[in-house]
Design a protein around this ligand. Sequence first.
Ligand SMILES: *Cc1c(COP(=O)(O)O)cnc(C)c1O
Ligand code: SF4
Length: 470
Amino acid sequence: MTATPPNLIELGKKAAPGIVHLKPPVDPATLKHRNLLEAPDWRRIPAYADVTEEQFLDHRWQSKKTITRPDKLLETLKGLVSEEFIRDATEGFQRAPMSVRVSPYLMSLIDWNDPYHDPLRIQFIPLASRLLPDHPKLGLDSLHERADAPVPGLTHRYPDKALFLPLDTCPVYCRFCTRSYAVGIDTDEVEKTHFRVDEERWRRAFEYIAARPELEDIVVSGGDAYNLRPEQVTQILETLLKLPNIQRIRVATKGPAVMPQKILTDHEWVDAVTRGVDLGRKLHKEVVLHTHFNNPNEITGITRDAMNKLFERGVTVRNQSVLQRGVNDAPETMKLLVKRLGQVHVHPYYVYVHDLVQGVEDLRTTLETALMLEKHVRGTTAGFNTPTFVVDAPGGGGKRDAHSFEYYDRITGISVYQAPSVKPGQRYIYFDPITLLPPEGQARWADPQEHQRMLDEALSHVSDPSRGRA
Ligand SMILES: *Cc1c(COP(=O)(O)O)cnc(C)c1O
Ligand code: SF4
């Protein structure tokens, strides 16, 4: 073994003799994914002007000060934003089907000088002026999670994996949430099916999982595992790991994106996760975290420290993003997100084309946008850090590679998918948002009599597998 010359880094800065650069070295200042904002400037917000760094980095302070009422949120913004914005958001909240929950950390990350365009504001604070009518083909629980649920809060759709929803609260409430049928407290707009922490319901879910030899992989989602107490995390992981059929467990939490402080200061919770990962490793089973960053601004120096702590403990973290208009639908933004996730040891796993969810038509983009983004992202970094772009087609077909459509009409915005290993013989349809279609497509959707015709046209291009035709 040859010793590394101690001055290699210094040498690298000079034009080392004998090295021929086929391409000029990149100016480090352009490597934006490495230039993290160390911490947001929370003192800009009058309500947090006197908050110390120690408080701001403490998850208990973040939880205690998390805003759960629209009027409180808007009060915090007085003087920071225009009266017009306050009015717009007040009306937005009245019309939104989601509950509100925003941490001081998130509040501090939003650029209040330009709240209309800020990618975090867009995800968590609805504005009446931006709302668009829902797509006519939209239904609540568009993924049919309840139809595939043998036990309340346990969805068994795919052959070898199931989705367990142990609770229905999150550390943040996202406007775009697919599970807005279940997550959060009731709002004026939506009456929800609740999945409270309920030992009896959990027991039934575990019994079902134990009784299905084909199940190997459990997604513990929600709600959000951040809101489970450490002993609940332990109970779930130990119970599942003891089942001989279970090989893989993923614990889903948006927490790292909205309150990375918890990873750094809630030692009991992080220890409970780590113990689960370690126990899994001993039993030759995989336990990993799945998280949910959508925009590069959500990754700060605090996030890096939190992810490094998990990395040191051998906890694998993967990321699932939701593609949203104005949040991550530009190639430069998506590329930066993917590179930045890699930089903090989070593996980009999926980018979801936005589900058909009530009240957030302004957030959806077209399938065409997803295909374009994927083309730009692939090739920028390691293949294992390159996300797959997926469509979770309404009706319960599950996630499909966005590129695998059987048919896609860019004028009507209708795409058709099949899922032979999930629900053979069925066709699944996704609809682009109408406002992003060419005028011809918009005109057809404006006429209700055209709706069925457009669907029939699209389906006529895809043979019905149940009829046995090729
Ligand atoms: C997403 C999902 C899973 C996990 O699917 P992967 O493609 O393996 O990530 C499992 N069950 C349901 C119902 C899901 O929606
Ligand atoms: S954290 Fe996840 S489950 Fe909770 S509201 Fe957001 S998207 Fe929905």
